[in-house]
Design a protein around this ligand. Structure first.
Ligand code: PLP
Length: 445
């Protein structure tokens, strides 16, 4: 039944939008003809309303993006004010929104990442970080993890691990992959996190040795890999990667596009382990996606390479004032409202214990893992074989009951805005609890 807040006018606009979408919009990652996309007619805080006027709790944060929720009034006002004053300006000109955004990001990022190159999103941030690493080191090879996601452009998709890689091999030249730690489906036959982390590090060192440190410009790694499954790295792993790369004269690029800006309960995922990368890519949470923005935070040392020699790259929209004004307002709101601390608390007080309890009661749940407001529930046909479960029906049931999760393969990713009120988080998890009965039936039947 439609929410009474949603009038017939919005519903009919939604129906019209849907017809036009099916006629003219070409969607990402999809076979176009069989696509059945969900219409959204309204968003507010941690909620979205679909084309039938149904109110859903947004545990997807729209691709793990709206860290401050939908329609934050301070950010909306900042964008409006900026649009009226300076809506756009070429990257070569100084403007206050960009300068202030760069200062805030330099302050928040770890170590001496004191310089910011702005992009339009995550994939181009990755492309530029790789280019900087190649020019800085004079080497070409990039090592990345098999279980990873780094973006949809040519190079970014080819350093991405797993099924998302596409048969466009041109950009794959000069890239190689390694196995990251993932204890639940360990490639190293490890029995616990400590063993997994240790063996994954030994493996990475072997790959570096075999590929040849003199050929490798950078290792790129998500601090907490997101789209591939939300794997919190074992203690010592990222510190070990930092030590290995430093010892072999290789740059460490931390891809914080999804994990960054509070998602994990710290400003950046690397902060949990005190790791200071040479380059850090960000997007999404930097301004909660209200206006497209990404970028690369650059160390003093890499910056020096481009102090006298021009950097070979740029974008018309680099440091777009609307996007940067949104970033300043977003970061300020996050600081003033304690959202990062709140994400950490949601993880330890609500998600962690409640998901463990759901795992204990529901045979379809194989694994739950995460931290902060960044959690994965992995569904299996059988806990011993860990055979993935088809979760189409479970996802439909969640939506029917009013919960919108982020869906990836056999997993639900639970990634609400960092400021979602406790009672809404609990309500979302109650819905999941109820919906899991559908998945349990598939296991038992
Ligand atoms: N890097 C990571 C870790 C991501 O999660 C993503 C997107 O999900 C990207 C890069 C690509 O970002 P975008 O889709 O903004 O290009």
């Amino acid at each position: 039944t439609p929410d009474p807040e949603i009038g017939e006018e919005l519903l009919s606009a939604g129906r019209k939008a849907r017809d036009l979408d099916r006629a003219h919009v070409f969607h990402s990652w999809s076979a176009q003809a069989s696509l059945d996309p969900m219409t959204v007619v309204k968003t507010e805080g941690p909620h979205v309303w679909d084309g039938e006027g149904r109110k859903l709790i947004d545990f997807s944060s729209q691709m793990v993006n709206t860290n401050i929720g939908h329609g934050h009034p301070a950010v909306v006002a900042a964008i409006q004010e900026q649009a009226a004053r300076i809506a756009t300006i070429a990257p070569a000109h100084v403007n206050d929104a960009r300068s202030e955004a760069a200062r805030l990001i330099s302050d928040l990022t770890p170590g001496d990442l004191n310089h910011v190159f702005f992009t339009n999103g995550g994939a181009d941030a990755v492309e530029h970080a790789v280019r900087m690493a190649r020019v800085h080191t004079g080497k070409t090879k990039i090592l990345s993890a098999y279980r990873s996601y780094h973006g949809g452009t040519d190079l970014a998709i080819n350093i991405t691990g797993g099924a998302r890689r596409i048969p466009v091999d041109r950009a794959a030249a000069g890239t190689a992959h390694f196995l990251p730690p993932f204890t639940y489906r360990s490639s190293f036959h490890a029995e616990d996190d400590a063993q997994e982390g240790q063996r994954a590090l030994e493996h990475l060192e072997q790959v570096i040795t075999l590929e040849g440190p003199s050929t490798i410009a950078a290792v790129i790694l998500e601090s907490v890999p997101g789209t591939a499954g939300i794997f919190v790295p074992p203690a010592g792993y990222l510190e070990g990667v930092r030590e290995l790369t430093r010892r072999h004269g290789i740059l460490f690029i931390a891809d914080e596009v999804m994990a960054g800006f509070g998602r994990t309960g710290r400003w950046f995922g690397v902060d949990h382990w005190g790791v200071e990368p040479d380059l850090l890519t960000f997007a999404k949470g930097v301004n909660s996606g209200y206006v497209p923005l990404g970028g690369v935070a650059i160390s003093d040392e890499v910056y020096q390479t481009f102090a006298e020699t021009p950097y070979p790259g740029g974008l018309t929209y680099s440091g777009h004032p609307l996007a940067c004004a949104a970033a300043v307002a977003t970061i300020t709101a996050m600081q003033e409202e304690g959202m990062v601390e709140n994400a950490a608390r949601l993880g330890t007080e609500i998600f962690g214990p409640r998901l463990q309890e759901l795992k204990d009661r529901h045979p379809s749940v194989g694994d739950v893992r995460g931290l902060g407001a960044f959690w994965a529930v992995e569904l299996v046909q059988d806990r011993t074989t860990k055979e993935p479960l088809d979760i189409g029906e479970l996802v439909a049931e969640c939506k029917k009951l009013g919960l919108l999760p982020f869906v990836a393969e056999n997993r639900l990713h639970l990634t609400p805005p960092l400021n979602t009120p406790d009672e809404v988080v609990r309500q979302g998890l109650d819905i999941l609890d109820q919906a899991l009965e559908v998945a349990d039936r598939a296991v038992q039947g």
